[in-house]
Design a protein around this ligand. Structure first.
Ligand SMILES: [Zn+2]
Length: 163
């Protein structure tokens, strides 16, 4: 997976026409540029990302499933550098991952004790994601925000509960 800014621009700090256009049109946000610069420095050119979802205090970085661990870095080193630079909490999730892994990566370090399927009045499936009570304060954003990110990434309706 590649970075949204080309290597030449990341190396020189001067933008080529293609990258400048992406920045001007908003195809790449200033935050995504910051992330690309950090990953270029810390990732040896091996770590990329697809897109980000900005929820205010929380920023979610979407990358290839097999790059999630690399992007987080040893002991969270890379994610911490990104978080410090952009002044937001950062979570990394894999593209096209299943509900369980998306929920786990998104809610970390809060632990999920179980996921149950429920059926709404309309007969639609909905998943109840249960988080342990002692981990409640570790949940990185408002429940509605997290539910909507999960919906965006997996197309599943969820309800996070603490029990
Ligand atoms: Zn460029």
């Amino acid at each position: 997976m590649e970075l949204p800014i080309c290597d030449v621009c990341l190396k020189s700090g001067i933008f080529c026409q293609g990258c400048e256009k992406k920045l001007k049109t908003g195809e790449i946000t200033p935050i995504e540029l910051d992330i690309a610069i950090i990953l270029y420095k810390l990732g040896d050119g091996k770590i990329g990302f697809k897109k980000t979802i900005d929820m205010g205090e929380l920023l979610v970085i979407v990358t290839d499933k097999d790059q999630v661990g690399k992007l987080i870095g040893k002991g969270g080193k890379i994610v911490r550098a990104i978080s410090k630079q952009i002044g937001k909490k950062v979570r990394v999730v894999g593209e096209d991952s299943d509900l369980k892994s998306v929920a786990k990566d998104l809610l970390a370090p809060a632990r999920i004790s179980g996921i149950n399927i429920m059926y709404g009045k309309d007969g639609r499936e909905k998943y109840k994601i249960r988080v342990k009570k002692e981990d409640a304060r570790r949940i990185p954003a408002k429940f509605e925000q997290l539910n909507s990110i999960i919906k965006l990434l997996t197309d599943e309706e969820t309800m996070i509960v603490v029990d």
